[in-house]
Structure formats: structure tokens, C-alpha cells
Design a binder for this molecule. Sequence first.
Ligand SMILES: [Zn+2]
Length: 489
Amino acid sequence: MKLRIAVAKYGQETNSFSLGRTTLDTFRQFGLYQGVEVLQEGMKTGPLAGLEAACRDCDFAWTPIPMIRGWGGASGIITEYTHQFFVNSICDSLANSQKLDAVFLDLHGAAQAEHLDDCEGDIISRSRTLVGPEVPIVVALDHHANVTELMCRDATAIVAHRTQPHEPFDTGYQAGLILIKHLTGAIKSTMTYRKIPMLTHQEQFLTGTEGPMKRWFEMARAFERRGDILSVSPCPMQPWLDITEAGWAVIVVTDDDLKLAKSVADEMAEFAWEHRKHFMRQESVDPKTAVQMALQSEQFVVLSDTGDSVFGGAPGDSTILLRELMQVQCEQDCLVPMVDAEVVANAYEAGVDSGIRIIVGGKLDSVFSQPVEMECEVLRLGGGTVEVEVIGNDAYDAGRSALLRSQHILLAVTETEGIGGNHPICYEQFGIDVGRAKLAVLKTASNFQYYSHFNPQIIRADTDGMTMSSVQRFPWKRLTRPIFPLDEM
Ligand SMILES: [Zn+2]
């Protein structure tokens, strides 16, 4: 007999300080599917694909009951209407379905709506109310989640990403294995969590490079290898979520052993707290120095715009590095992504090969950067849906796009933020040979993986913006204090 498992994806990482709002249109940029479309289009990558693979590898016969699939990237607070759209879709599916054996939710964990701080807790608890206490609800999260009491109260098991850069497929696979073992009676999933009163900037977030994050995640894997612990998920929350319950956490899942789960959670939390200052070590340098270092490098350079990370919810239109690059001479191309719908419209109106004078950037984030005036040549026009596997998705749509040149600067301008130049496809779609450029500005502080085959030197610029490393400078209002590093502890 095939077991019936209801599946849904609702993912968005909220930046509380971002000025924009996240709507259903934001989700449509990365593919928003309902009902049977979820099976056709929404299970090719990410945790849902991982769940499917786990079932296949375990010879576990199941029928996925599709609900909804939406990914909104990282952006501002979700509108009440948008969150309610997902709630209604999931609740209607659960309420109208025939008997269900389980629910599998692929969520982010740091989504905030206008009327609600804990979008994922809301989804999980509403699901619990509808399916009753016995049906397992297993959840895959991004580990930059803000783990809450409500999520842990009503989920049967939660597994977060095991690496940064993330491998969402693996997260779904691990969560799937726990669900299968629980459904077949091999285990009785038991979960606990610990909050840690800290938040840190993203510069130490990579789990593969030497540093405290690598050690913390290795500690989690070592616990799992012991055999008596099913899953340990360290969750270093993304540092721009201004809600009362915000902060780091760790989640532990065992086979019916709450005492063991609690002691492992305590040990994991202690490590994070003891190394808190190490997690705050900053490597970025001021923008002028960063550009000078890049020009002097023998290698291709990834120049990370840490303050304007579109994967952290910043708008992707900061001009701080563009201004610095305009001040220097360079024989090779410098690739710069920019979000500016007005400039795209200007370029389309003028047409390919024409010269235009633009006032670009600094419009969405007018707090930390200002528009720049430039004379450019329109090299190419394009855009639309781009099929590429990036951060757990298989396509994105940043609207219309234009490639402009101003001396050594190649500006890829898009109507919306999309993936912020964080994948070479942003230039390759226009026929640019990225490996021949001097540098590429990336709108991320840690997702450099799509450029790794160019063997780049990574230089982080300490730029001001909605995702800046100086977390102390954000206008925190609702965060529960005291918290490290904002307060004396
Ligand atoms: Zn993440």
C-alpha cells in the first residue's frame, strides 16, 4: 500500500530592514505552482527532490499529495495577503484531502509577514491542527532560519541545511530518511531545540573554510555518526530579522530519547556561545582598498559586495563599488550587476549599439548609496526566464535585462534583483566570456560557488547596506535584549 504524503514548499528569507515588500509577484520570479503543477515543475530540485530520492533509495512506496510550491528568494517583509495565500492553499489541501499519512514541508525558517513574525511556525501549527496529533509533520529548513518554539512544538522532526553554500537536495534527503523510519516504525522521532542569545554577520558563515562555523557543523556531524542521534542542526540565524524571538539555535532529533537530545543541544549551544567573538571576526576591507587589491591581484577576482547581498534581502542596486570602479583604470572588463528598471527601459528605448546617458542605482536602497551618472553604450538586450540551477531552484526571472558598457565596466542591468550577478549566466547569456574579465562584483557575502571554476581570489568589501557586516548599526527595534554582540553580556 502506498502511503500518502502531502508536500509543499514555501520559502522566503526576510530582511526586516529592507524597504520593499514581498508579494506573490516576488514568488512568481522563481516559479509559483499549485496542485498537480507542483509534481510536474516543483520537485526537480531542492528538498522535495531529496525526499523523492530518499523514498526511492529505501524502496518506500508513496504517493505525493501536492499542495503548493513557492520560493521568494531573500527580500523584504511578506505582505499579509501573500502569506495568507500560502496558508489558504496548504490548509485547503490538508482539509480536503483523503486520509494522509504524513506532511512534508520545505520551508526557509526566517520568513516574517506584515501581521506575523513566524510564518513557518504558523504554517506548521495550522497543519498540525488539521492533521491531528498522530500524523508526522517533517520539515526541511535553511539553517539561517530563526527556530521558534511554535515550529518545534508542532513539527515531528526538523532538519536544516548541513552546509553553506547549501545543498537543499541533501537536506530533503536527510529529512526524508527520518520520515521514512518514523512511518515504518523503525524509530520514534523526538525533537528538542535550544536558543542561543546571539547573532553574527555573514562573513564567517561558510562551513567549508577554516573557522568556527566549520568546527560547529563538524561537531554536529560527529554527534550523528555516534549512531544514537538522528539529526543535529546548528542554525546560525541570518542577521537581519528584527523580531522578538530572533537568535541562533540548535535542533536535535533522537529516537525517543529526549534526555539525550537535550544534552546534545546544550553542548552544541555551549560551543557557539564560547566562540561567539570568533564568529564575529571580520575579513572585509573598505571599498577603496578592496578595489585596489582586486586590480593588483594576478587572478580573476570575486569582489563581494557584503552590504548589498540579494541572497540576504538587499535590493542589489548599491553603487558603492561601482563608484570606486569608475575611479580606476583597468585593461580588462569589470563585471557589475545592477537592479534598475528605469535604466533597462532607457536601454530598450534607445536600442542596441546606441549611446545613452543614465542615472543608475541607489534608488531602491537610497539610504546607503546614491545614483550614479554614466555615459554607456547599449551592447545587448535580453532577460526573461533563465534556466539555471541556483540556490535550490532551476530557473529565475529578473525581468528584462540590458548589458551596458562604460569603458572597462560592463553593467548587467535587470528590472528586478533575480540572482544579483551571483552566477556567471548573468553575463554568459549575453555571450560574455567571464573568465577573461578582471573581476566580477557579486551581491553575496558567501555564495561564491558558481564562480569557483574560475579559481577566483575572493575579496570582501565592507560596504554599507541592508546586509552590512556591522550588524550593530541596524535600527533594531523588536529584538529581545540583551543579545550578543549588541549588548554587554
Ligand atoms: Zn541560508
